[in-house]
Design a protein around this ligand. Sequence first.
Ligand SMILES: [Zn+2]
Length: 341
Amino acid sequence: MKAAVARHTGLPFVPQPAPDELLGSWLLRVAQLYGLGIATLLSRLGARSAGDAHLPHWFAIDGSTVSLDALSAATRLPRVDLAAMAPPSCRPRRPEELGACESCLADATHADQPITWKRAWMSPLAVVCSAHGRWLTPVATRTQAGVRHAADFGGIVQQVAAAQAQLDNEPACAGDARWLQGLCTTRTAVRLPWGRTPPHDLIRIVDAVAREVIAASASGTGPLGLQADWRERSIKSFAFELGNAERVGVSLPTQLRQRQWVMARVAHVLRWPSEERAHFPSWSAASIKRLASTRNWPDGALGWICPPAAELVRQQDSLRREFSISPRYFKACASLLDSIR
Ligand SMILES: [Zn+2]
């Protein structure tokens, strides 16, 4: 006997998803329209397998937790469109805080449109609104988790508006951050000042430069008045899926304000030649050595980011050619590293 899983014949009306709306945000709105909770809605549409008790938070709902085929049949929206609304994957956790754009939320309120949550806000690399160019305002993941109904977004909007009013905006830095964020979210090779760079390499470069930005800020004057031990407590690794099941990890602050600070400086370094930079025109000896020891930089990238590190790699290569891998090579290399202060 076949298990009878009735395909829902279709809801009489579904609100259209807003541009770049997150799947879970739209599902909350559909559920609200029918006076249901999101779990009940999904069960009634046959989008949940029977006996599957655990439904993730609304913002984490994707094709691995609900049946997009069943949703597509019930809402008459193409499956491919629903799949594109799923949040970007982020393992093993999401940051403590993600961001939302106060202007986007205010625009919806003023235009009498429903408040929706954007898919773009779900990435740890999202720090600036790509439409308004403003820094996103922190929203704690646990606040987001407290949303049960679409109407609960109103409370978050008030919090975001209050937090944004106190924010010290850095427009120039936001411009750099927006530039880098745009490149990081393109899933194809992008043009950087040193040449074409595939997404995998770009994320690795962001990770390497972010480590040095964080190291420099922890040893010198701390950013945002942070304590010296902020690194241990607040830097976490986030792994992104880049398509074709490839994953790449980045270590970034789990709090949005710190992540914005770091990403703006990483962006500044990647965007401007060292002689034109307001931040990191030069690097500490420790940073130069670490950057030089990072392998497989795309051609020209290291020379752009940190010219002395590229020079160090060149000198090490010429020692290897001269001495091959011999005790003399290691001795010469050690004294070369010692000479960098
Ligand atoms: Zn916006």
